[in-house]
Design a protein around this ligand. Structure first.
Ligand SMILES: Cc1cc2nc3c(=O)[nH]c(=O)nc-3n(C[C@H](O)[C@H](O)[C@H](O)COP(=O)(O)OP(=O)(O)OC[C@H]3O[C@@H](n4cnc5c(N)ncnc54)[C@H](O)[C@@H]3O)c2cc1C
Length: 365
């Protein structure tokens, strides 16, 4: 049994802790605030990349694997805690006049359940939509999750195990001895372990900076609106104009999102709020009667082509990275955690790890 410290308790760190503990390791998870309060709280919870055919195959493979293992990952947690993250199969409609060739090739290559729909079929699937779209793509299998509930579920489950959970304790230094990490210093103490994992989201490069390779992960801000109205009024996850609408079961509706390269700045702006509201009402006129409840932003861990870094640090043999999931951290989390656990424990790998090799010199989106 190895002792392993994971730095960062967003969804990536939480599920990495789950996988390593399930494999019999002695795990400590540490975050500078309460778990899951950053990007993993702020996201929309769509369990699919947006416009999924635009991404490299490395993302499609990781996403497909995650989509397969999500139900079995959540089931034991739900059983033990009684919490429900609302993992719901709403299906996703992608609207707009996109060239057919690329999506069609992607569907065939990866055997994806996605089909083209015309105006009448769109109306049948989502009568709430303004009738202005002549064509779209329909992905019936796509699920969504409620981010804060997912984080609460995983945290509650981990609390029932012997994992050491440290919140409100910032990691201030990674201390090395020759080519190994010897310990980490925090705002409260110093901790030693056999192996260490960086799952610090948008802050991963800051954590790695003094260690030679920073993996080129940087914050990309996304702003989001939360509306409240009649439950059942909006039926599908809808994607168009590089924006999306996500209906929750209780009548909440999320409208997202921007992609802003503005550093560690989480301000929201009135201009973006008006743009998102305008988009929402043009897409689903009934949203005009909904009330705006909240407007927030989160910092995604941006990476080159959105491909996360999963694996061993190039210089420090007992340091591992699981970060850089950019717009897809919720969908990619179970597969990324499983793959990293397999790499660390020298098990047969579910996916080719070379696609996700950390810090190979490729930088930025
Ligand atoms: C608006 C928005 C919409 C999104 N929508 C979706 C979606 O629909 N589907 C999807 O799949 N993805 C979506 N995402 C992306 C997804 O949320 C992220 O990719 C994912 O949450 C990243 O998880 P993480 O654990 O790596 O990072 P985070 O959740 O940011 O966690 C990193 C953690 O590290 C901690 N930390 C940082 N520095 C230190 C330190 N020095 N010491 C201790 N702890 C530290 C932080 O406190 C934080 O808790 C969205 C993101 C945003 C912002």
């Amino acid at each position: 049994m190895s002792s392993i410290i994971i730095i960062g308790g967003g969804i990536i760190g939480l599920l990495t802790a789950f996988e390593l503990h399930r494999a019999g390791q002695k795990v400590t998870l540490i975050d500078r605030q309460a778990f899951g309060q950053e990007s993993s709280w702020a996201g929309g919870g769509i369990i699919s990349p947006l416009y999924p055919w635009r991404y490299p195959d490395a993302i499609t493979r990781l996403a497909r694997f995650s989509q397969q293992i999500y139900p079995d990952t959540l089931a034991p947690m739900q059983q033990r805690t009684g919490l429900d993250p609302e993992f719901e199969p709403n299906g996703m409609l992608i609207l707009g006049d996109y060239a057919r060739e690329q999506p069609q090739q992607w569907v065939t290559k990866h055997a994806i359940n996605m089909r083209m729909v015309d105006a009448a079929q769109i109306h049948e699937l989502a009568p709430e939509l303004a009738e202005r779209h002549q064509q779209g793509w329909w992905m019936p299998d796509i699920h969504q999750l409620r981010n804060p509930r997912l984080v609460a579920l995983v945290k509650a489950y981990l609390q029932t195990t012997d994992i050491t959970l440290l919140e409100h304790e910032a990691v201030t230094a990674i201390n090395t001895l020759q080519l190994r990490v010897d310990s980490i210093s925090t705002s409260k103490s110093t901790y030693r372990a056999d192996q260490f994992v960086i799952a610090g989201g948008a802050w991963s490069s800051q954590l790695l900076q003094s260690r030679g390779a920073d993996c080129g992960i940087k914050p990309i801000k996304g702003q989001m609106l939360l509306l409240q109205g009649r439950a059942g009024c909006v039926k599908r996850i809808t994607l168009s104009e590089d924006r999306y609408i996500i209906p929750r079961k209780d009548g909440h509706v999320l409208i997202g999102s921007t992609t802003e390269d503005v550093g560690f700045n989480k301000d929201t702006s009135a201009q973006v709020r008006e743009q998102l509201l305008d988009y929402a009402v043009r897409t689903i006129p009934a949203l005009k009667s909904f009330t705006l409840q909240q407007h927030w932003s989160g910092l995604r861990p941006g990476s080159a082509n959105g491909i996360p870094k999963i694996g061993q640090h190039p210089q420090l043999e007992n340091l591992y990275i699981n970060s850089g999931h950019y717009r897809n951290g919720l969908v990619l989390a179970p597969a990324s955690a499983r793959l990293l656990s397999e790499i660390m424990l020298h098990k047969a790998l579910s996916l080719d790890q070379s696609d996700y090799a950390p810090c190979d010199g490729t930088h930025m989106i």
